[in-house]
Design a protein around this ligand. Structure first.
Ligand SMILES: Cc1cc2nc3c(=O)[nH]c(=O)nc-3n(C[C@H](O)[C@H](O)[C@H](O)COP(=O)(O)O)c2cc1C
Ligand SMILES: O=C(O)C(=O)c1ccccc1
Length: 353
């Protein structure tokens, strides 16, 4: 028997080839790719595979409850949508489809500053939102973006700190993909009919974090923390949460897997601020491992884009539903009643290096 249509995706990884079949190859490469040799891209997923889980038995805990509260915001499960740029490349409904899916699933969406519809349009879709910011050297402009995010109802600011320059994506070079296609632009950067250039500035420093704290009363989450000393500095500077992240392997290549940095960062902050983890999260068991190593929640980047490319809002919803079901099943099989019930006692160590 020959199949006339591809089988429906049954897990997050299945969404990638399905998305690839629908996307312009240059756009697929932009989403999938990482810096240079993509060693860090591979390391992120590999790190989850190395860690083992040792379930507890006969705990009679019933079906697990998945709800969590992160920085005062409740969510239906400990999974967020990581900020990713340019959703319009994946689907005409763009970030609106992603936000509607997040609203439906009850998860927090971290809306990227470089979205292809405005933060106000995203906010109208009903999801719990945090706003991701690349601090621009023009602080008046940055402050105006912060005001817009506040006014739109965003409940935290996620400051991406791992991007003093853009990483080197050679797939983009090969494809000569350096500009957005006509009709697609960074909607938040539009001013009087012109679109401002985005600056990833090597001048951004802790001074800017201090400035931002004076500028907004929203909680500030620093994204891209890998060094325990930076985690300590972040707490000293009054940051409210950290995302342990290597930007999905898209910035400096040969950086270690974010999961492998999580225990060091957790030790450095000693429970003073909540930690989130992104990079390579593809399975419910990955989320359990992130929680066991000290994260309050995990975020997914590319899988949501694959869902968006395959079926718009419904595709992102399906990605979240699959991950939710896997997480519930993994927690049940671990004998854990809730995310808070997950400790490093469930970890069996690293199986191989
Ligand atoms: C296509 C794409 C665009 C991204 N754009 C941004 C961005 O604008 N700002 C940001 O802080 N991180 C950005 N990221 C990084 C994600 O927030 C996240 O750290 C990463 O995707 C997590 O890894 P994963 O894709 O393996 O889940 C982007 C990632 C991808 C794949
Ligand atoms: O692609 C990315 O990962 C990203 O963060 C970015 C940064 C600047 C411009 C476009 C995307």
């Amino acid at each position: 028997m020959t199949r006339e249509t591809a089988p429906a995706p049954v897990n997050l990884r299945d969404f990638e080839p399905a998305a690839r079949a629908r996307l312009d190859p240059a756009h697929y490469d932009y989403f999938a790719g990482g810096a240079q040799d993509e060693i860090t891209v591979a390391a992120n997923e590999a790190a989850f595979r190395r860690h083992t889980l040792v379930p507890r038995i006969l705990r009679g805990q019933g079906a697990p409850r998945l709800e969590v509260t992160v920085l005062g915001e409740s969510a239906s499960m400990p999974i967020l949508l990581a900020p990713t740029a340019f959703h319009r490349l994946a689907h005409p409904d763009a970030e609106r489809a992603t936000a509607r899916a997040a609203a439906e699933a009850g998860v927090i969406m971290i809306a990227a500053m470089l979205s292809t519809v405005t933060i106000e349009q995203i906010a109208a879709c009903g999801a719990k939102l945090w706003f991701q910011l690349y601090i621009q050297p023009d602080l008046d402009f940055t402050a105006s973006l912060v005001r817009r995010a506040e006014d739109a109802g965003c409940r935290a600011l996620v400051v991406t700190a791992d991007s003093p320059a853009l990483g080197r994506n050679e797939r983009g070079d090969r494809n000569r993909f350096h500009d957005l296609p006509p009709g697609i632009h960074c909607a938040n950067m539009e001013e009087e009919g012109k679109v401002r250039q985005v600056v990833l500035s090597p001048d951004i420093s802790w001074r800017h974090v201090d400035w931002l704290k004076e500028t907004t009363s929203l909680p500030i989450v620093l994204k891209g923390v890998l060094h325990p000393e930076d985690a300590r500095l972040a707490v000293e500077h009054g940051v409210d949460g950290l995302i342990v992240s290597n930007h999905g392997g898209r910035q400096l290549d040969t950086v270690p897997a974010s999961l492998d940095r999580l225990p060091l960062v957790a030790e450095a902050v000693g429970g003073t601020v909540p930690l989130l983890l992104d990079g390579g999260v593809r399975r419910g068991t990955d989320v359990v491992k992130a929680l066991a190593l000290g994260a309050a929640a995990a975020a997914i980047g590319r899988p949501a884009l694959w869902g968006l490319a395959v079926a718009g809002q419904a595709g992102v919803e399906r990605v979240l539903e699959l991950l939710r079901n896997e997480l519930a099943n993994a927690l049940t099989l671990c004998g854990a009643a809730s995310p808070a019930d997950v400790t490093d006692g469930l970890l069996g160590g690293v199986a191989w290096k």
